[in-house]
Ligand binder design. Sequence first.
Ligand SMILES: NC(=O)c1ccc[n+]([C@@H]2O[C@H](COP(=O)([O-])OP(=O)(O)OC[C@H]3O[C@@H](n4cnc5c(N)ncnc54)[C@H](OP(=O)(O)O)[C@@H]3O)[C@@H](O)[C@H]2O)c1
Length: 294
Amino acid sequence: MKRVLCIGRQGQVAQALGSIEAVKEQVTFLGRSELDISHKSSIGSAINRLAPRLIINAAAYTNVNQAESQSQMAFDINGTGVQYLAELCAERQIPLIHLSTDYVFDGTQSRPYVEEDVTHPLNVYGQSKLQGEQAIMGSNVEAMIIRISWIYSAVGHNFVKTMLKLAQAGKEITVIEDQIGSPTSALDVANMLTMLIKRFARGEPFHSGLFHFTARGETSWYGFADEIFRQAMELDLIASLPDLKPISTEAYGAALARPANSRLDCSHFDTLFAYDRPRWQDSLRQVLSQLAEK
Ligand SMILES: NC(=O)c1ccc[n+]([C@@H]2O[C@H](COP(=O)([O-])OP(=O)(O)OC[C@H]3O[C@@H](n4cnc5c(N)ncnc54)[C@H](OP(=O)(O)O)[C@@H]3O)[C@@H](O)[C@H]2O)c1
């Protein structure tokens, strides 16, 4: 019997989790048409039907730019929806693993952020995700809130796929050099979730609380793009290196504020789970290799 429910079937992380053989037999994935997190009754009936022993919430409103004009929807899904989920899980004593984001921070700090650092989101997406975290913390649910960052995969819309499209179009590419973080593949997150599912299945203690999890190492968006193109050349995904230029956030002049420092200190996670996080460059190669095989 499947004991784990993962919400957000079509998302990058959920798809990566669904690709892992070891979890396929244990996890039911539901998409928005089967479970709409912004409707409490929809969550309730899915829980009644499936009677999960553990829930993973990989669903979210993730369009950071559009969230500014669709703030109601972002808060309904990332805030109120998560509150409904937390209330139902608390009532039924189902532990919850919820994914959150580096965007709860303003990025003004010079060191990597630890879990206890003060949150101060710069945009609606970050505010809505913070509301979700607070709803979980304000309920009695047993929950792990895991903040992740800079997610990409071979499916969905993400920075890696955008860069490859631009390179294939032969355009000059200008990328921000003064925002730093840790690119993390959806598969990195899925492998980490698999470890947690296996622990749960073995009956090991569930560790509630806030956690940070990213791939190992850090770079800027410019450094990330540079590495994407270097590896893409090696894998024959692009015919030539594009004309890549660094630009400052200020000169780029984006309408939306994003944190300059998105680095998350993952030592709490490392210590508790003795988990060997992959280097971001190695995970990137894995994703680009998947794209090269397509
Ligand atoms: N992407 C990043 O860079 C990033 C960075 C940090 C943290 N995170 C967090 O990591 C988690 C997973 O991100 P991701 O990149 O895998 O997201 P994603 O690819 O955008 O997938 C999100 C999924 O949530 C679903 N969803 C949206 N509204 C829903 C609703 N009302 N009810 C049920 N499902 C709904 C979407 O369904 P539809 O396909 O029907 O829209 C989509 O399949 C999210 O919590 C996100 O906030 C992401």
